[in-house]
Design a binder for this molecule. Structure first.
Ligand SMILES: [Fe+2]
Ligand SMILES: [Fe+2]
Length: 275
């Protein structure tokens, strides 16, 4: 089964149609499209409706999580509903299974990595901040516990490991993810993890137990693979339950028909808002 992954498309009020060629290409190449958050730019329902119109043309199953930008205007529930209405399985501590592959998704949160992770000590507001990351990790853990599939794929917006935020300014690492999100991945031996948020991070990393972590932020893919369209394609070996690997498919000839002009894909992405 082929999975296409992308994140941080940051659809704005002027993005109408901007990624439609990319979505079409994904639908021709993959069996499932995964969206790892920051689907809108200012978290407006209006932006989500513009994206939903473009996604409505996609005839393969879609699964996604929200990102921090999708919360900016307090309209995150509307955004999730609008995208659900066009068939995106929006996960917030939820699961979805398709052809023997299980998906679990959370937004995640920040707080830093490893020994540098913020601890729940001192002021209440610090404890509340840490609590948010702990809660997201618990949501992920309970979602993974419910999955009975041989292959378990995780979507999140924030990074669970430091490796895929390398390249960003070290000063902002603590705001790009949390290693509290890593524990459930290892405990449930997930097949692979896909996140975004670190727009200037690295495309690939691993958890301490060797689980592959992919940063599929739109700008990371553009910078890392300038000769390819900005999504990543993976093969999950569904015929072999024991084979827990995912194989990145990087050869364009394996992707199905390719559009000739990708220059319009960048519209609606990024803007002045980091991550
Ligand atoms: Fe983000
Ligand atoms: Fe982003």
């Amino acid at each position: 089964m082929r999975l296409a992954a992308l994140a941080d498309i940051h659809y704005s009020k002027t993005s109408h149609g901007s990624l439609q060629p990319l979505f079409s290409q994904i639908a021709e190449s993959a069996d499932v499209m995964m969206l790892s958050g920051d689907l809108t730019d200012y978290g407006l329902a209006e932006e989500a409706r513009i994206l939903a119109k473009d996604l409505a043309q996609v005839k393969i199953p879609m699964v996604g999580v929200l990102g921090n930008h999708d919360f900016e205007s307090g309209q995150e529930r509307d955004i999730a509903q609008i995208l659900s209405d066009v068939g995106v399985h929006m996960l917030d501590g939820d699961t979805w299974e398709f052809r023997g592959v299980g998906f679990a998704g959370v937004r995640g949160f920040c707080g830093g990595f490893g020994r540098g992770a913020l601890g729940p000590w001192g002021e209440k507001i610090i404890k509340d901040f840490v609590h948010e990351a702990v809660q997201e990790a618990l949501k992920l853990e309970s979602a993974l516990a419910r999955l009975k599939s041989d292959h378990r794929i995780v979507l999140m917006h924030y990074a669970p490991v430091r490796a895929t935020v390398e390249g960003e300014s070290p000063e902002i690492f603590p705001f790009l993810g949390s290693s509290r999100l890593e524990d459930p991945l290892s405990r449930f031996e997930v097949t692979a993890v896909f996140h975004g948020h670190a727009h200037r991070g690295q495309p690939e990393g691993k958890t301490q137990t060797g689980i592959p972590v992919y940063n599929v932020a739109h700008s990371v893919l553009r910078a890392s693979y300038p000769d390819r369209p900005p999504f990543r394609l993976f093969e999950v070996h569904t015929a072999s339950p024991q084979d827990q690997s995912v194989t990145p498919i990087g050869d364009r000839r394996q992707w199905g028909r390719r559009s000739t002009d990708r220059s319009d894909d960048q519209q609606g992405v990024g803007g002045g808002n980091p991550s």
